[in-house]
Each structure stands twice: as C-alpha cells, then as structure tokens.
Ligand binder design. Structure first.
Ligand code: IMP
Length: 200
C-alpha cells in the first residue's frame, strides 16, 4: 500500500520518508496534484486538516487508486515563549509574503534581542484521512532559540533551534538525530503507532 503526504516541501518529504521507512510515501508531485492550497486556518490543527482534506477530496474525485491507503498532511509552527507562542501558525510568512526562511530567522533573532527567556518549541500537527474519516496526532520538541545561526543542514528555522538536551542547533545535528527527536518524528511515530498500525 502507498500513502500520500500532502506536501511539496522536499525537505519535509525527505524527513518523512526516512522516518516512516519502509513505507512507500508519495508526494503531491508524484500523484499529479499541482494546485496551491490556501492555508487560511488560524490554528495548526485547522491548516493540517485543510491540506489533508483538499488532497483527499481531489484523489476521490480522480477515482481513488485502491493502492492508496490514505492521505496525511503536517502543519508546523515555532512557538516562542517570550512572544506568547508567536509565530505559531504564522511561522511560514512571519516576515511577510512571499515566505522567506532567511527573513523569518532574522525576525526571530531581532525579536529576541536582549531577552533572557529564549525558550521555544516546535509543534507539528498531522491529520490522517482515509475512507473512515480524519484523525489528528501531535508532536512537540522543546528547546531554545540560539543567539546566532549555525549549522548547514535542515531547513526553515533549524539553524536557530537548539533542542533540549543538545548544545547545537537542529541544522548542526546529523539528520538521523533530528529525525529521532524532532516534532515531526514524534508526530509521525504517533501516526504510525496509533493510526497506521490499527489499519493493517
Ligand atoms: P509549514 O508547516 O510548512 O507551514 O511550515 C511553517 C514554517 O515552519 C515554515 O517557515 C517552515 O520552513 C518552518 N518549518 C517547518 N518544519 C520545520 C522544521 O522541521 N524545522 C525548521 N523549520 C520548520
């Protein structure tokens, strides 16, 4: 059976494939879905549901391939304690449109300039949809925002985020370590252990 991950983000797709290996994961390009999804929700839960629903309904409209067991989507936010949880659901476009990871990181550094409390967390909400309906799981990793960027790996805010128990950013850790402890890894493990296992 194949599973569709409702994302065009190559970094996310790579992480998801590694974490869920040996499951066969198709991205949106693999299924021929080329539409933009307007992430207009005001929570991670709403946007994750919206993305999964749009792609699921499109697949059903195409005549669902019997080899596809379901669709899942992730929505992720960086929640900075001193900023009352901002940017949260607005993490992708925090520094304005179009979304720009470099400008977002600069905004994070500028917003925390001179602040003692740099604690933050990544939160991922995954929505799974199949013929039985929709279910959600969550993954969280606690950590803090570094005072400068470091590390060459990862994407998004990775070069600023130091996970609890480490002294370097996600971007400076081996991918295997990020994929063991990250918000996305935790949400995907919950997906695999609670939803996918029960669907066998
Ligand atoms: P979205 O879930 O694709 O909407 O991502 C929201 C924002 O968080 C974007 O700016 C992403 O680059 C960033 N982001 C998502 N996942 C990660 C991650 O694992 N590490 C660092 N940044 C991430």
């Amino acid at each position: 059976m194949k599973t569709v991950f409702a994302s065009n983000n190559v970094h996310k797709l790579e992480e998801v494939r590694k974490i869920l290996y040996p499951m066969e994961i198709l991205g949106l390009r693999d299924i021929g879905f080329h539409h933009e999804i307007d992430e207009k929700g005001t929570t991670l839960e709403a946007n994750s549901l919206l993305k999964a629903q749009v792609v699921w309904q499109w697949l059903v409209g195409q005549g669902l391939d019997t080899d596809i067991s379901g669709v899942f989507a992730d929505d992720t936010g960086l929640e900075i304690a001193a900023l009352n949880g901002a940017p949260g659901v607005y993490s992708a476009r925090w520094a304005g449109e179009p979304s720009d990871d470099g400008r977002n990181r600069q905004k994070a550094l500028a917003s925390l300039m001179g602040m003692q409390d740099r604690s933050a967390r990544f939160r991922t909400v995954i929505t799974w949809i199949d013929v039985d309906g929709a279910q959600q799981v969550e993954g969280i990793v606690e950590g803090r925002i570094a005072t400068a960027e470091s590390g060459a790996g990862g994407f998004g805010y990775d070069s600023l985020f130091i996970p609890q128990g480490h002294n370097t950013t996600f971007a400076a850790l081996p991918a295997t370590e990020k994929n063991r402890i990250s918000h996305r890894a935790r949400a995907l493990c919950a997906l695999r252990d609670t939803i996918l296992t029960n669907n066998d």
